[in-house]
Design a protein. Sequence first.
Length: 405
Amino acid sequence: MFKKRNGLMFAGLALLIAPLAACGGGSKLTLKVWAPTEDKAVMEHIIAEFQKTEAGKDIAFDLKHVKEGDVKTELVKDAVAAADVFALVDDNLTELVKTNNILEVAGAFKTNAIAANEDWTIDAATRNGKLYGFPQTSDNTYFLWYNKTLVSEAQAGKLETLLSTAASGGYKVEYDISNGWYGTSIYLAGGGELSVDTSGTADVQVCNFNTTGPVAAVEAIYDLKGDYDTTWTKADNLVVGMTAATPTVAAGVGGTWQYEELFAALGDNLGAMKLPTVNVGGIDKQLGSFRSAKLVSVKANTAYPNEALAFAEFSTNFASQKYRFEQRGIGPSNIEAGALPAIADSIMLSAIADQNEFGVNQATAITGSYWDPIGAIGNMIMIQDWTPYADAQAALNAAVAQMNN
């Protein structure tokens, strides 16, 4: 399920024992740490475990609760008052690196992180060839939820049979491709490629969605939506529709945030799997996805870089990621943690691992100019109208021109 790397190295923490122990006659330095409220108990446990180690025994902690999505704003606003160590979402990293707010992870720390984590999560933490954080999670993507009593795994594996099965029973399939995050899956199925040109003064979106493969995929999806127009919906109704006493939704594209409600209602009848395939020109093509990781990074102006890096590494190591999974069900980026039997037994995390094989890193693949044009194309498909364009090719030509500028 997970790609292995050869050889784990554990020199980084050991190398820091001497400088940490020399912090002065048993007096404690204090590291400021930010973590989201929902991670409070887990982080308190990790801090306590770190303080039992040689590297952490003389360190005190000031833990405050700041959402990962708010870290960028708070750090840019006042880097001096900001935490030394913090969790953040990977798509906030680029701006923080550009503003010189993040400490590079180098030397043994970098070697260890690369060896311990999934390749793509390391890429998510890398900018211009330099590592700026330790991967913490790997489960932010989307996949297919389905009700096993209404549709089988085999039927759910192909978009065509999923829709036909749902339609025959009078049920809906929720898949909102007018939302550019979800809609990207279509273009990736057609061999679409995304990247960001960072060579100039401003980042430029590079996108080939108006080439033959992605256009063919869009045309196939457009026709399929037309065939099942009332079955395939974009209403944000997946959880309500799947958990109702009399269900109205057989399946839908969603993510980890829906698990608790869905499982509470459906129990063992809840299914999860990678996105289905779609038939394009007689060939089944796998729908792709965006994927992203959460990271733990250190601010560039910390007074205690060695100690901060040591804790950041510890907070994302195998034991810490295993504990976070056990307490909160969070998918690990750590290869060893990802190989735990309990991960394989999780229908949700297994689906994520399968889907991530067909994903692209959101943080390094797109700019802000991507969302509106791609959302507009998805909306045209959903309402079955290419106006003001003649066809899919013309619409995609315009969308790509807009985002690439």
